[in-house]
Design a protein around this ligand. Structure first.
Ligand code: MGD
Ligand code: MGD
Ligand code: MO
Length: 703
């Protein structure tokens, strides 16, 4: 029997293993543990696990090269020795022939909570120290547009999200919280590295009891928890920018803007005002104009504008809004709206990005956090924005634009993936499949037979965190967790670190990769660095052995939520924002200078290119799943419990269902020009008619 402390991205827990049975008990200090913990119950020995190294038959027989059979081919089990030899040989071939510019090590993905075995860090360190570098990816699928936009207009995303307006000040001060995309508790139950205390429900409850008015603008009612006791404005997806412009128009024409704030703290308001009023093109962006676009009554839009005036208002814009065409616009306009109301820098007021999207946001930071595994130095400086992977593979040598720069797609021969699932996270999966077929070789480390593993040439079975020791921690989580092993590795699975160490040895670079440490050696080394950082602040930490014995240590925290904007408001000369003008940029010369038609120098309304049509009449919301993290453990107990007859559930409005002759529980086909899938229909009034919702994360399985 084992009894271990452990952690996942969705919470810390104790795990007791007795024979084949695994009992999970949430961390005692967690006020609102996540039901996602139940996905671990049946995970260890599930038949979806990868038991041994496998090589795709076509690759084994014909060697590396483009191959349309990826995803259709069968696999041959091979020994670890042969696998290491073949991977090392292929890496040597590609390295010698193409150099690091022929290798894509983007390897985007969440992998697991442990910070040392974090697979993406492992693969990056391996490619840097052993292969001399790799083509990398920048930004994320979470916030690809916002994280590039925000530094131009207000500052680093971390300052406006993780260190944005804190939940404490919301609970004590906000009078109105206007959430574009809502504040769903399903989302804030996870945070990368771990989340030992789930506090969002409690904070919303406290705020609501005090009288905070929560308003969720979203096609789905469930995006605002009952605890918030709020209101639901069911707009048409992709139209938030139009609604925000109309709110600004109403405030402006009714004399309800805070002109002192706008003059002192912002740059470019006259430019946006001229656009709102239609001075350039004769189109007034007023409530009547927006009503048809957003599908909300003009009177309701006007009433909302008046409800914001004179109140302590917090505006937040979910990641989801910017993960769409013209996604920069609602983020920029959310900030402009908060500024027009004069709210930034007031307690519980202003603009905060993506509040509630992750358990990190609206939190405070640790005085010092557990150090990341050092990545080594990348010998080349070539990158793509992360979501351009298919474009890169399909269009080598072509030029593209990124944040005002002109770059060229590299010619990638080999991709190495560990800790992510591109067939989960990418958009057009049939196109991605086609793109992966262009590679010479795709190598994947996986603990389960995900679609990414099933498109790989070489699949190396990786352990799950439950099978190894690690340290779980996030910069916004005051508990550092000793992740103690719960079970022996499944089948022949090995730790990513062990796999990379063996490969490094065969490529003559073992010392550079391992620095002579085994996994425990690294944990002690990284922990000692944390001790040193804290000692500089006169804070002592128990020694490693005591930490390991105890299973958890509590770290001191700062009270830094909202610090950038608070300091700026208090003294804009002493604490300017890190923007070109030192102020909130309601207009930006830098962005105007890029000459992008779809993102000019001030925020605008642009209709999404794809609109419902006679052939494809619905909007699809493919949001984050309530029952799992992305595609991870889709075979887990809790994820399965959310399905019907093994199929993911698609929600639609009864009016739409009636028109199509669909009954609750029917198996339905969802399709467009890109592909199709089957799902189980669930009828609900909690969705805007004309919108259907299928959460992401069920596995791609076209065969
Ligand atoms: N339709 C739609 N698509 C989306 C989104 C959406 O909202 N809708 N959201 C996007 C967003 S925001 C994100 S962040 C991405 C997430 O995309 P990903 O992060 O790629 O998704 P995960 O399912 O978390 O993939 C992690 C993989 O790592 C594996 N893994 C876990 N631990 C280990 C380990 O120790 N070693 C190894 N080698 N592997 C391990 C897991 O088995 C899993 O397959 O998805 C994006 N895609
Ligand atoms: N349980 C669980 N939680 C998660 C994750 C998970 O996989 N599972 N993933 C985590 C990750 S990596 C990230 S980045 C965050 C992502 O955070 P988000 O991207 O914000 O999450 P979503 O659930 O996709 O979207 C939030 C809500 O926005 C609404 N929405 C969609 N389109 C529009 C629109 O055009 N306008 C408006 N007003 N609303 C819209 C949808 O109804 C949706 O439920 O979630 C995190 N939280
Ligand atoms: Mo994300």
């Amino acid at each position: 029997m084992t009894d271990s402390m452990h952690s996942a991205h969705w919470g810390a827990f104790r795990a007791r293993r007795d024979g084949d049975s695994l009992t999970i008990t949430p961390f005692s200090a967690d006020p609102d543990p996540s039901p996602l913990l139940a996905n671990l119950h049946n995970a260890l020995a599930h038949p979806a696990r990868v038991a041994r190294p496998m090589i795709r038959r076509g690759w084994l027989e014909n060697g590396p090269g483009p191959d349309a059979r990826r995803g259709l081919d069968s696999y041959v089990a091979v020994s670890w020795e042969e696998t290491y030899a073949r991977v090392a040989e292929e890496l040597r071939r590609v390295g010698e022939r193409y150099g690091p510019a022929g290798i894509f090590g983007g390897s985007y993905g969440w992998s697991s909570a442990g910070r040392f075995h974090h697979a993406q860090s492992q693969v990056h360190r391996f490619l840097n120290t052993v292969m001399g570098g790799y083509v990398r990816s920048v930004n994320s699928y979470s916030s690809g547009a916002a994280s590039v936009l925000l530094p131009h207009i207000v500052g680093d995303m971390n300052e406006i999200a993780r260190r944005g307006v804190s939940w404490e000040t919301i609970a004590s001060h906000s009078e109105v919280v206007l959430a574009f995309g809502g504040l769903a508790l399903k989302n804030s139950q996870v945070a990368s590295g771990g989340l030992s205390e789930h506090t969002e429900r409690g904070f919303m409850q406290r705020a609501a009891r005090r009288g905070t008015r929560f308003i969720s603008v979203s096609p789905l009612k469930s995006d605002l928890p009952d605890e918030a006791g709020g209101e639901w404005l069911p707009l048409i997806p992709g139209t938030d920018a139009a609604l925000m412009l109309a709110l600004l128009h109403e405030l402006t024409t009714q004399g309800l803007t805070d002109d002192d704030f706008l003059a002192r703290y912002t740059h470019g308001w006259p430019t946006l005002k001229a656009y709102l009023l239609g001075e350039e093109d004769g189109i007034a962006r007023d409530a009547d104009w927006a009503a048809d676009l957003c599908g909300l009554p003009a009177a309701q839009i006007r009433a909302l504008a008046h409800a914001l005036h004179g109140k302590r208002v917090l505006i937040t814009v979910a990641h989801a809004l910017q993960r769409a065409q013209h996604g920069e616009q609602p983020v920029w306009l959310g900030l402009a709206l908060a500024a027009a109301l004069g709210q930034p820098g007031l307690p519980g007021g202003g603009f905060t990005y993506a509040l509630g999207a992750l358990g990190h946001y609206g939190k405070h930071h640790n005085l010092a956090s557990f150090p990341a595994l050092p990545q080594g130095k990348n010998g080349i400086d070539r990158f793509i924005p992360v979501a351009r992977i298919a474009d890169m593979l399909l269009h080598p040598g072509e030029k593209f634009h990124y944040n005002g720069r002109h770059l060229t797609y590299p010619d990638i021969r080999l991709a190495y993936w560990a800790g992510g699932n591109p067939f989960h996270h990418h958009q057009d999966l049939a196109r991605l499949r086609h793109a992966f077929c262009r590679l010479d070789t795709l190598i994947v480390h996986e603990s389960a037979w995900t679609a990414s593993a099933r498109h790989a040439d070489i699949v190396l079975p990786a352990t799950m965190t439950l099978e190894r020791e690690d340290v779980g921690g996030a910069p916004t989580d005051r508990h550092l967790i000793a992740m103690q092993p719960v079970a022996a590795p499944y089948g022949e699975a090995r730790d990513d670190y062990q796999i990379f160490s063996e490969l490094a040895r065969r490529l003559g670079r073992e010392a550079a990769f391992t620095e002579g440490r085994d996994a425990r050696g690294w944990l002690e080394h990284l922990y000692a660095q944390l001790q040193e950082k804290l000692a500089a602040h006169q804070v002592g930490l128990p020694d490693f052995a005591a930490f390991w014995q105890e299973g958890v240590v509590t770290l001191p925290q700062l009270q830094d939520g909202g610090r950038m904007m608070n300091a700026f408001r208090a003294d804009p000369t002493a604490h300017p924002l890190p923007t070109p003008t030192g102020k909130i940029q309601i207009a930006s010369d830098a962005i105007a200078g890029f000459g992008y038609e779809d993102c000019p120098g001030h925020p605008v309304w642009r209709a999404p290119r794809e609109q419902p049509s006679a052939s494809y009449p619905f909007w699809l919301i493919a949001n984050q799943p309530a029952t799992r993290l992305h595609s991870q453990l889709d075979f887990g107990d809790y994820s399965r419990s959310g399905k019907r007859n093994g199929r993911e559930v698609c929600s639609l409005h009864p009016l739409d269902a009636q028109r199509l002759g669909i009954a609750d529980n029917d198996v339905i086909e969802l399709y467009n020009a890109r592909g199709h899938l089957l799902a189980s229909a669930a009828l609900t009034e909690a969705i805007r008619p004309g919108v259907v919702r299928l959460p992401t994360g069920a596995w791609y399985d076209p065969v």
